[in-house]
Design a protein around this ligand. Structure first.
Ligand SMILES: [Zn+2]
Length: 352
């Protein structure tokens, strides 16, 4: 769990002004648009599949922000660090209705966001591998995923809305990994098989700043070894810093070795604040990715999830909206100076 102090320090680093930008902008429709216009060329037989229909009529903005949502406990009581199954389902419904679609953290960080036109990416992350995130139940002699745990809820939502995307990253504490020690191996293997990401959250959830360089590397390499023993060919892609606190030697959060075990994190995540910059934005820093606390707890005002989503969708040019073409980067003219030329990966930039 993160401390109040660490949240406060994250929050203090963020400009409130960003949240308070023009509230009077037009709300964007999220209804599904009809198919191709009359008179449009029919798809050629040998051509690639026709593009998916637009998800909304929101103007493309691939320099907009992306909410990386941070969940902790999924359980019966709402709290500072807890979301009920009902509230989590409601989050999914709200996001879906606003045109958000789940992308993996890896695809966000590498700028591989392949969504239909008018859709906005959202990244789901779960810290601490508590049981409510992934629980097995025995039912009629069969092992089933609890429909009220996060994985069960995500599965069910994707059955109902297959275009939403079954994507999330679980920042696992390797020893306790989702409680139920008898199913630990099965759960980790399930995540890997389904393409859900397993992220590093250290071995013992210690504030890395307090540790020597050697201890930091031990904290980060031991999980690599432990998960690797269960999931073949496993390599971490990302780290969520416990309590959002970096080691003294910051570079060790990204890369290091201990006892012959190496680790490399291509993304390092902080504790919650506001939606993160587009991967093509010059402010994007994969070593310090901001997250949004998935809570409506009164104490975190004005950073509550529902308020942040509202701001994101109602503020002009604020959120990332796909143009439906993964080979181009659609940039509103007002944001063109925010583009980092070295991050465009040779994609064509289209200014609107
Ligand atoms: Zn944690």
């Amino acid at each position: 769990m993160a401390s109040r102090r660490s949240i406060l320090s994250s929050i203090l680093g963020i400009s409130l002004a960003a949240l308070l930008l023009g509230a009077g902008c037009q709300r964007q429709s999220s209804t599904t648009a009809p198919g191709p216009e009359p008179g449009q060329k029919p798809a050629q037989q040998s051509a690639a599949p026709a593009p998916a229909p637009p998800v909304s009529d929101a103007a493309p903005n691939e320099l907009g922000r992306v909410p990386v949502l941070e969940y902790h406990v999924i359980g019966p009581k709402e709290g500072r660090w807890a979301r009920t199954p009902e509230a989590f389902r409601k989050d999914l419904e709200t996001l879906y209705a606003h045109g958000f679609r789940a992308v993996s953290l890896r695809d966000y960080v590498t700028g591989n966001i392949n969504l239909p036109r008018g859709a906005s990416p959202v990244v789901f992350t779960f810290d601490d591998s508590t049981e409510g995130q992934f629980r097995y139940l025995e039912k009629d002699g069969q092992l089933v995923i609890d429909p009220d745990c996060a994985v069960g809820i995500l599965e069910e939502f994707n059955r109902k809305h297959p275009d939403f995307g079954f994507k999330a990253t679980f920042y696992v504490l390797p020893e306790s990994a989702f409680g139920q020690p008898q199913y630990r191996k099965q759960k980790l293997q399930y995540l890997a098989e389904k393409g859900l990401e397993i992220g590093n959250h250290t071995w013992s959830h210690t504030a890395l700043k307090r540790l020597s360089n050697e201890k930091v590397q031990e904290e980060l390499a031991r999980p690599q070894q432990a998960i690797g023993e269960v999931v073949p060919n496993f390599r971490f892609f990302s780290l969520a810093l416990p309590l959002g606190i970096s080691p003294k030697e910051k570079a060790l959060a990204s890369k290091g070795a201990w006892n012959g075990i190496t680790y490399e994190h291509h993304a390092v995540l902080l504790v919650g604040s506001v939606p993160a910059p587009s991967p093509y934005d010059k402010d994007f820093d994969p070593r310090a990715i901001q997250r949004v606390q998935a809570t409506d707890w009164p104490e975190v005002k004005p950073f509550q999830l529902s308020a942040q989503i509202k701001t994101l969708v109602e503020t002009e040019n604020r959120r990332y909206v796909s143009d439906g073409d993964p080979n181009t980067i659609a940039v509103p003219a007002a944001l063109k100076d925010e583009l980092a030329p070295e991050r465009t990966q040779g994609k064509e930039v289209k200014i609107y």
